[in-house]
Structures are given as C-alpha cells and as structure tokens.
Design a protein around this ligand. Sequence first.
Ligand SMILES: [Zn+2]
Length: 137
Amino acid sequence: MDLNNYEKLLDKAYEKIPENVRQSSRFEIPKVETRIESRNTFITNFNKIISTLNRDKNHFKGIFLKKAGTMGEIRGQQLFLKGQYKDQVLNKLIENYTKTYVLCNICNKPDTQIQREGKKLYLKCTACGAREEIKEK
Ligand SMILES: [Zn+2]
C-alpha cells in the first residue's frame, strides 16, 4: 500500500470523528419565547420546544406546571401560564424536565422513550440501549 495514500485515509478518518461528535451534541433545547398578557404568561414557541424534546405535551405540561407552581393550559401552539414568569425561570424548568425525562443518564443523548411499568417510569435509550428508572427530582 502506498504510504501517502494510507496517511491520507487516516487523515480522512480523523476528520470524520469531530463531525460525528458535533452531531450528537447538537441537541439544544429552544429558549422560551414569551408574551405577557394581562399578567399572565404565554410560551409562544411551546410546540417547537415539545417537538425538540419529543415528549407528550400533556406529560410535559403536568410536570412543568407543578414545578412552576401555577395553573395553565395548552392553547393551540402556546402554553398559557397563570402569572408572570421570567424567561430564565421557565428555561430552567424546561432544562430540569429535560435532564429527568429526556436525556439518557448513561450517554446523555435525547434518543429516548418513556416506558411505564406499574407505578414506575423508565427511560429507555435507543442510542445506547440503557434503561433506567426515572427518579423525579
Ligand atoms: Zn443512552
């Protein structure tokens, strides 16, 4: 084998690695976009957040409202919250939800599904195969 060619191949192989790593770490939760109306808060990009997290919107809503300590409901593409909330507070709540219910504990990828077994919830990861019980924080 031509040594030059071999080195070129190696270079090519190495070039591919960072690209793959970049792809898997590309998962980013969209930051909330909000609108305050009559002292209530609308998360206007709620649908986008839900589709990125790839979770059931009612599951998300239930936990999110409980953690926010308020009432609210899904209104079309938006999530309505009773009360005024700062974006950073909402972003933090979404981040916490994501850590518990979306990201795999083992490989940290978002390619997961929630599985229910009796009263227990498990996070099944389709990327690494791990299946961990979800512990609510
Ligand atoms: Zn995993």
